[in-house]
Design a protein around this ligand. Sequence first.
Ligand SMILES: [Zn+2]
Length: 417
Amino acid sequence: MATVTRVTKIIHHSAIDPSSIFTSCFRNSLVFVCYLVLVLSSNISPSFGLFDENRGSDLYPEILRDEVVARLHQLGGVSDGDGYLERTFMSPAAVRAGNLIREWMEDAGLRTWVDSLGNVHGRVEGRNASAEALLMGSHLDTVVDAGKFDGSLGIISVLAALKVLNINGKLGELSRPVEVIAFSDEEGVRFQSTFLGSAAVAGILPVSALKITDKSDLTIQDALKKNSIEITEENLLHLKYDPKSVWGYVEIHIEQGPVLEWVGFPLAVVKGIAGQTRLKVTFTVDLRTIDDMGREAVVYEFSNRMYQICDKRSVSCTIDRKHDADAVICDSELSSKLKSATYIGLKRMTGAAIQDEIPVVMSGAGHDAMALSHLTKVGMLFVRCRGGISHSPEEHVLDDDVWASGLAILAFIETQM
Ligand SMILES: [Zn+2]
């Protein structure tokens, strides 16, 4: 009997206590996150039917689902920790993970290299090597005691889609170069500085960053040197891509929030990424909004009040601005292409037209796309994750949702033929 699986797990709003989801979603996070969500379509009632795996030959379950899931688990086992997942910038496990990803890039027919900030690149030129390139990717580093999907899914599923094209002899037909980048640092665990890898590619990493030290007083430059990568101020500047050589950046990422489970949909197009300011008083305050001016106003008001309270109590108090990132609005052209691709991917998977609007959501968490937005237009696709939980071993994505994301990415890349 053919295996028949339901594409979506339908969860009604009433079946979920939103507060419990928010608690579990961020229970491992020290910061309070204002998770702003915008679901443009308020009336999503999933109508996916059952599908038959033997239905068509354009579904590639063995590559887009089974191999991706196997690779997610394999990469999830590449850890500096014993019994838990931890890969920080240029750690032994991060280097091993980079090598493994490089093998998978080559398996997908890509030419590969590692740049002087430890980012792993895989590229195919297609028919016109001088055309603006489509960049895709996510981060290979993790938090401490991480899940297997954060970052990794965005790298592995894109490589799977390219592998399908390679097997079908279609990689050479791409109208523009496609480059996958596995960024060396997004989480900022080791050097307390996020987006090191993507910021270098976007040209917004200051040369002073090379001297930032970790707990054992090693600088970023030292960490790279230990792995035979010489980074100088000059070659850091050379890492910046010429904006004229880049068409756009697309990132696939787990949602890290509960909306897709609420609406019973496997994928969503991301409308934008909330800006963020992190203040350190004696506790950390983390503010995230899509409205940068609003966030500034809150920061100003909050700081004033804090100083007043400290004055009244005659205690000295300092407020450090630890982290600032402006909101990013995703490009409307890329978003609409991702929306159509999601539609096509899900239609292939279910064998029926999708009646519902593809959800459009905001991202409360930062992503490499934030750094890349300084270089080029960006678009993002979110994949449903169980309970909205991330940064935890509990992080989970259904195998069929992994497959759905692969089919959507494949359909998106096919628009570049
Ligand atoms: Zn991530």
